[in-house]
Design a protein around this ligand. Structure first.
Ligand SMILES: Cc1cc2nc3c(=O)[nH]c(=O)nc-3n(C[C@H](O)[C@H](O)[C@H](O)COP(=O)(O)OP(=O)(O)OC[C@H]3O[C@@H](n4cnc5c(N)ncnc54)[C@H](O)[C@@H]3O)c2cc1C
Length: 379
């Protein structure tokens, strides 16, 4: 066991921190208020090689590990939750399953552009009637000659519209239940594929969340990801990895809110003292930091298990559950310690509190994470 960050990861951390401070933080308020997808930030992340951190160099990636990748998501989310989820959905939910389950041809065709950030990725599993119960897929895919024909819709898809490559799940055989679900690589330009309603959200407002519509979309049979009927397993394994990314987003939000609060309570004076001199402030801050540090260890542990090719499904669920609930608690306390000013949009903590809430919901709600953890305990 070694809790010291090695030289390589320390260097990465400081590079990501300065990128976040210089390029991401100045735009965070505007991106939230205007509900604007930060196209320029995505282009800059691409230039820094940040859109393919854990993808091997032979496929155009940075050849890094998952620990380095979660450090990047954490650093971006400290200043902008929107940027954190764009990076996480692209890497964990689109590039990763193509890398893990793709054929050599699919990897050659799609990974270099995704890893270099020339193309952005997304993941479409959720439907109006299939959220937590993801097995209830209604989108269909029918094999006709050398292509599948997709019909149906997806809801709440992160990066929709800005993404070029989508990993999509559909029923190839309804009679087989979860064994009848298959995964496909769908391209933005395929005829019959369109983007529907854009959601108006409480938080992560710069991130695009839209409906996807499939009307007789012809997807080449060569774009079937994994074997026919193996889609549900691919979705679940992909979400295990994605949960580490969302846990890192939650961790960044919590630490970002603490940093803002520490600076604020040192400056703000009441009763002739700075807020930092009241014991309540000190104790609140201590609790916020202790929980955030505990969350960090869980997030890094889950990433290290994935890097070591050890099982990480329960570790990812534990990290996501604890980090997201910590983010919600810590950001709420940060608003409280800012008093009335915390409730205004002049300070970033209200945005961080709004952004934190979604981390308890997407990529499996907290209830789903509890199901995963307890099922492992009781098996
Ligand atoms: C901003 C945003 C971005 C998203 N991005 C993506 C994306 O990129 N790709 C994608 O595929 N999906 C995405 N989603 C969908 C997201 O993963 C789902 O919203 C989430 O999994 C919950 O599904 P649901 O909304 O249908 O809620 P429901 O399944 O209807 O759940 C409602 C409530 O009931 C609880 N519940 C349900 N079943 C049980 C049970 N058996 N026991 C106990 N409690 C239960 C849930 O925990 C929750 O609290 C996104 C959602 C949002 C809001």
């Amino acid at each position: 066991m070694d809790f010291q960050t090695d030289k390589e990861h320390s260097l990465l951390m400081s590079m990501y921190a300065s990128f976040a401070e210089e390029e991401v933080k100045p735009l965070a308020k505007e991106v939230d208020e205007e509900e604007r997808f930060p196209v320029e930030t995505v282009e800059k992340m691409a230039r820094y090689g940040m859109l393919g951190i854990p993808i091997p160099k032979e496929f155009g990636g940075a050849g890094g590990d998952n620990l380095g990748y979660v450090m990047a998501v954490e650093a971006m989310s400290k200043v902008c939750g929107t940027t954190g989820v764009i990076l996480s959905a692209h890497t964990s939910l689109c590039a990763a399953p193509i890398y893990e389950f793709g054929t050599p041809e699919q990897k050659q065709k799609y990974l270099p552009a995704l890893a270099k950030g020339e193309k952005l990725g997304a993941f479409g599993l959720t439907e109006p009637n299939a959220g937590t119960d993801a097995a209830g897929q209604q989108t269909t895919a029918e094999l006709k000659g050398d292509h599948y024909v997709l019909n149906g819709s997806k809801l709440f898809i992160t990066n929709a519209g800005y993404a070029d490559v989508y990993v999509i799940f559909a029923m190839t055989d309804k009679s087989k239940g979860t064994r009848g679900i298959s995964a496909f690589i769908v391209e933005k330009e395929m005829p019959g594929f369109s983007i529907g309603k854009k959601e108006e959200k409480m938080g992560i407002r710069g991130s695009a969340t839209c409906e996807l519509i499939f009307e007789n979309v012809k997807v080449p049979a060569a774009n079937l990801l994994g074997a026919e009927g193996k889609g549900f397993g691919i979705a679940m394994k992909t979400l295990d990895g994605g949960r580490i990314g969302i846990a890192a987003q939650a961790l960044g939000l919590a630490q970002g809110a603490i940093d803002e609060t520490v600076a604020y309570v040192k400056e703000r004076k009441q009763f002739g003292k700075s807020l930092a001199q009241f014991q309540n402030t000190q104790f609140q801050l201590a609790d916020m930091q202790a929980k955030t540090d505990a969350a960090r260890l869980l997030v890094y542990k889950a990433a290290c298990c994935k890097d070591a090719k050890l099982p990480y499904s329960v570790e990812a669920a534990t990290a996501k559950l604890f980090a997201s609930e910590t983010a919600m608690e810590v950001t709420t306390k940060a608003v409280q310690l800012h008093g009335g000013y915390g409730y205004t949009r002049e300070y970033p903590v209200e945005r961080m509190m709004r952004d934190a809430k979604i981390t308890e919901i997407y990529e499996g709600t907290s209830e789903v994470q509890r199901m995963v953890i307890s099922a492992n305990m009781l098996k």
